[in-house]
Design a protein around this ligand. Structure first.
Ligand code: NAD
Ligand code: WQD
Length: 342
């Protein structure tokens, strides 16, 4: 049977590069398109080294309709996984127009070109941020979305709605939105991982940089929340497990039998872990110290959220497999690789 081809927009980024690896391992042809606005070619090189495949890379801004159109004419994609987006929640509050332009325009271009060229399947990178502060935990896909608390979150809600409406209207278009919880860790090879530019905004890169001595001290944003140890609770999902969820979503859409046209899945472990617990485990697993202090709450943080991943387990046949310890070890191995500490 002819190999299916998947366009991975944002494929030089953190989750996209891991997904490219898993797609290739599962037998798909992959084309990576990225404007390198938040990444560089080392990730593409990493994908090539891990897989032994000279994956095609195209430097394209998905907001550039002409350039993206040329890409759609050049390759025969069966499916698209659309990762390309700006993702810093805090920045989106100060620069909302950048977020609305990039995240909405790139997504609309992709969906319009898919429709125009008859490409059927799209997976969209959504986020648990669409739930906001839910009334009960864990959240299921039926948990009502709350009004977005940031322009970034708003773009995720809007793109989900656009996708739902587009697949309802256009025969032959199928879409899956994956709501990621908190992706962490790196590929076990330590050849690809998260590469935050400047000061890390997310917990685990801050932890690894503190352990490596790049940052002096990790600030823990609050220990007075109504949780067992007072710190926030999240569902930390290993990035390679998350990457496999995309393969499962593509398989479902390529699978021949007619499926629901638009589906949404939570991609998390189903386990809530507190900030303090995560830092403690990181220290224990890796035998390193993470200087930390408790500071005030960070504006906009929700108290606790974790996934009910039953639907993805049952329908996609996907479940998170890596333990938190394995994931925290991979995050540290990647940080050491970045610092040349091996
Ligand atoms: P990332 O920044 O590492 O990857 C995104 C990639 O998209 C980058 O390589 C960037 O250069 C590229 N890009 C941005 N705008 C582009 C454009 N207009 N055209 C072409 N390329 C463009 O981020 P990530 O963590 O890998 O996130 C991937 C997706 O998953 C994003 O849509 C993000 O919103 C979503 N997501 C991320 C998280 C998370 O915590 N990392 C959680 C939920 C959802
Ligand atoms: C995790 C926990 C912080 C940094 C964000 C986005 C969300 C999604 C995932 C894209 C929180 C605490 C953090 C630090 C800390 N992304 N923390 N000190 O906020 O759960 O989610 O990424 O869709 O939309 O909002 O992730 O890693 O920033 O924080 O104490 O230096 O770690 O307060 O409880 P968050 P995070």
């Amino acid at each position: 049977m002819e190999k299916q081809c998947v366009l991975v927009t944002g494929g030089a980024g953190y989750i996209g590069s891991h997904t490219a690896v898993e797609l290739i391992a599962a037998g798909y042809d992959v084309v990576i398109a990225d404007d390198l606005s938040n990444s560089d070619l080392r990730a593409v090189e990493g994908v090539r080294r891990i897989t032994g495949v000279e994956v095609p890379f195209e430097q394209v801004d998905c907001c550039d309709r002409e350039a993206l159109g040329r890409l759609f004419r050049q390759y025969r994609f069966d499916s698209v996984i659309h990762f390309a987006a700006s993702k810093a929640v805090g920045e989106s509050v100060h620069e909302p127009l950048k977020y609305y332009r990039n995240n909405l325009t790139s997504f609309l271009n992709v969906v319009e070109l898919m429709r125009a060229t008859g490409r059927p399947n799209i997976v969209f990178s959504s986020s648990c941020t669409v739930y906001g502060e839910a009334d009960a935990q864990p959240v299921t896909e039926r948990t009502p979305r709350k009004p977005a608390t940031s322009p970034y979150g708003n773009t995720k809600q809007m793109c989900e709605d656009v996708l739902r409406d587009a697949v309802a209207a256009y025969e032959g278009l199928r879409g899956i939105a994956l709501r990621y919880f908190n992706p962490i860790g790196a590929h076990p090879s330590a050849l690809i991982g998260e590469q935050p530019q400047g000061m890390p905004q997310n917990l685990v890169p801050y932890v690894t940089q503190t352990a490596a001595g790049i940052r002096e001290c990790l600030s823990i944003f609050g220990d007075d929340y109504p949780t067992p140890d007072g710190s926030n609770i999240r569902d930390y999902i290993d990035v390679t497990d998350l990457a496999r969820a995309h393969v499962a979503a593509i398989r479902r859409m390529c699978g021949g039998a007619r499926r629901a046209d638009y589906e949404v899945f939570n991609i998390g472990t189903g386990r809530g872990v507190s900030v303090l617990e995560l830092v403690r485990r990181f220290e224990q697993v890796n035998g390193v110290k993470v200087n930390h202090r408790i500071v005030g709450r960070r504006e906009g943080d929700i108290v606790a959220i974790w996934a009910d991943p039953t639907l993805a387990n049952e329908v996609l046949g996907w479940r998170a497999e890596r333990t938190l310890d394995q994931t925290l070890a991979s995050a540290w191995a990647w940080q050491k690789h970045l610092c040349g500490m091996e």
